[in-house]
Design a protein around this ligand. Structure first.
Ligand SMILES: *Cc1c(COP(=O)(O)O)cnc(C)c1O
Length: 225
């Protein structure tokens, strides 16, 4: 058995009997690595670049569910609209409107997560925690008929301080739970809470994550050269 398959089996075992599922983040990795994970039963994969997502979709088995997890430019939505399973990284209403438009063209409804900025770093994209409820209650949002917001996504600060990471995950979980208590429009269904990466997924799971996005702990360190 390969190291990749071993890592997938290990992660799947730790997710058994939990409500949480694994999105394997395969960015920068060759399709041969993805096929190894596929052979260990993994079907959900995530990428952060449109070009890479599209070419891997074309090359690989069609029962893979492709997730877009990286910052998405509006002019590139059209390339992934026909096949993307879930977009984790909706960070503006403008982007969501473009996804809605391209979903209509593709004749489908596209599931999305609203990315919320919970880290202290200023470089990470996303809505403020306090922006989400007014957004989903706005008329402009409610008029979007070709998208469905199925939950929230967040990234914690890159730090050794577990208590800070935990606070950040808890803030997103609290918003998720609060939203579930509200009367939500037709195009919102709060089901998924996407949080946790290689360094912090156990903590994210303890804070209610339903989707962990794990890359390097499966495929090894990324080489960006
Ligand atoms: C790369 C990436 C991940 C996976 O990161 P690892 O630390 O390698 O597990 C998760 N989420 C997003 C948005 C990413 O860009």
């Amino acid at each position: 058995m390969s190291i990749i398959q071993d890592n997938i089996r290990h992660l799947k075992a730790s997710l058994a009997n939990t409500p949480c599922r694994l999105v394997a983040i395969s960015k920068t990795k060759p399709t041969s690595d993805i096929l190894e994970a596929y052979q260990a039963g993994q079907r959900m994969f995530g990428e952060n670049k449109v070009q890479e997502l599209t070419s891997k979709y074309e090359e690989l088995p069609k029962d893979i569910e492709w997730h877009m997890v990286g910052h998405l430019q509006r002019n590139k939505v059209k390339y992934i609209a026909p096949f993307v399973h879930l977009i984790h990284s909706i960070d503006t209403l403008k982007l969501l409107k473009e996804v809605d438009k391209q979903a209509e063209k593709a004749g489908r409804t596209i599931d999305c997560l609203l990315q919320v900025h919970i880290a202290e770093e200023s470089t990470k994209f996303g809505f403020g925690l306090e922006e989400i409820i007014p957004l989903v209650q706005s008329d402009e949002f409610q008029s979007l008929e070709n998208i469905r917001v199925v939950g929230l996504m967040g990234m914690a600060t890159f730090t050794e301080d577990d208590s800070q990471i935990k606070r950040e995950f808890q803030s997103l979980h609290a918003l998720f739970e609060q939203l579930k208590t509200l009367q939500l429009p037709q195009n919102v269904k709060m089901q998924e809470l996407s949080m946790g990466m290689s360094g912090d997924y156990p903590l994210a799971m303890s804070c209610g994550s339903t989707l962990i996005r794990v890359g390097s702990s499966i495929f090894g360190e990324r080489n960006y050269t």
